[in-house]
Design a protein around this ligand. Sequence first.
Ligand code: LRH
Ligand code: MN
Length: 432
Amino acid sequence: MAEPLIDPALVEAHNRQAGEALAQDYEALSRSLSRRGIDSEAILARISALEIAVPSWGVGTGGTRFARFPGPGEPADIFDKLDDCAVIQQLGRATPRVSLHFPWDEVADMAAVRARGEALGLGFDAVNSNTFQDQPGQALSYKFGSLSHADAAVRAQAVAHNIDCIRKGQALGARALTIWLADGSNFAGQSHLARAFERYIASVAEIEAALPDDSWLLLLEYKNFEPAFYATVVQDWGSCLLAAQAVGPRARCLVDLGHHAPSTNIEMIVARLIAAGKLGGFHLNDSRFGDDDLDAGSVDPFRLFLVFNELVDAEQRHAWDEAPALMLDQSHNVTDPIESLMLSADAARRAHAQALLVDREQLSHYQAQNDVAMAAETLRGAFRTDVTPLLAEARRRAGGAIDPVGAYRLSGYRKAAAARRPQSTGSGGGIV
Ligand code: LRH
Ligand code: MN
């Protein structure tokens, strides 16, 4: 039994207060769904099974290159971060695993991290390497790249770091390594575009060869720009797909929603990566301009819905051997990270629930008839459905809070954390 950090009696009292209203709302939604031939209990079972990993780096206040304004009770180390992730899971019941980032979460005794996670009822999802910053005492700099660097010694250093991350992941019971590569150039001519990509693929192949067994995956994350502002070695889904195909079956593509030019049709990319058998996972967030790392569903919830629509459709077509991993990857600069992560996990489940309401038989019929209006309306109708009672009922039945943010604020957890944790100082730059 996981150690609850929020008093369970408080959650029960909170749920008792909100329980009657929820029961009425759930009943009403169930009736309207059954008029559409949809069994709300079946939908509830599906959304209750949808699990989203939380990023360890997301529970600290984020910042931009201009400044970071830390909030009260910032987590000081991985153990504080696990506590905060446990609160998100206790109240939201959608995020049973944490994704760690090395060396940000580096400690000597990884077994102690695993044990603490298990005591809190948390598992560990994909681990993340970091060759986009130089660490104190690091022999060779990543200023001009890492896995694609022109110097073989720098590439070897970066490969060794990634293999070290795999070893730490094994100690945690993780089964995937995410590699996001900042490598790129700021000026035309600065690097050889083809050779840099070849070097990257050769380095990733070395890392792939170090994977412990076939249950492990490499998740290759692409990004259209930043920190490089002329060319990024893995800048788009095409480059990422070419690399994953070149490296082998255990290499898959990771779609960070914020890593595309503003008007990109991301659900189309998702459909293509599924068709190629290379969709490995997501970093969910939202954005308007660049890699804004805003809360998932907070800018364009229809776009998030359209991504989940492709996933539900693919699942129904048995289009993959393994469902893609879902993780949040956000930077919480002005909100309490715990609240943002609970609301973002809810936004992901909301998009999933709405996508499950799409009448795909009817949709295929309208598509076959080129009945454009009704085909589009079939999707929009599902998106317009307020599934809030379904999401709250799923939490209540799983022992969570009907209103996670309400229960969290009632608990005084943040105030108590601020009292026992060292006050964190603000700084310029860096997302954590
Ligand atoms: C790069 C990225 C990557 C992480 C980092 C924290 O923008 O999305 O996934 O390593 O954010
Ligand atoms: Mn990411």
